[in-house]
Design a protein around this ligand. Structure first.
Ligand code: FES
Length: 102
């Protein structure tokens, strides 16, 4: 598909959970100390939007049942049951624009 603009650098500030929809797919974009990452926004447990959860360091915690995922690589970090990791996407910053490659 290609590179899709998801916002300005000034919009995606550190600690903010930014949900974007690209072709019907919800993606969570984060800024971790000036580095941008994109993973699936939909929790692999029961489908909550992770953008409505909490972020601490590079870990996002699902607001529904507390599953924790790493925003950098999509890996499940903590949950009582084994659930799938999140899909990841490449993020590119050009000038003041943030793009996700899908
Ligand atoms: S929906 Fe995310 S932990 Fe259950």
């Amino acid at each position: 598909m290609g590179k899709i603009i998801v916002g300005k650098v000034s919009d995606i500030t550190p600690g903010k959970l930014c949900k974007v929809s690209i072709d019907g797919k919800d993606i969570l974009v984060t800024n971790l100390d000036g580095e941008y990452f994109a993973v699936d926004d939909t929790c692999t447990h029961a489908g909550a939007s992770l953008s409505e959860g909490k972020i601490e360091g590079s870990t996002v915690t699902c607001g529904w049942h507390g599953a924790q995922f790493n925003c950098k690589n999509g890996n499940l970090e903590k949950f009582p049951a084994k659930i799938r990791n999140l899909g990841t996407y490449k993020v590119v910053v050009e000038s003041d624009d943030v793009f996700v490659e899908v």
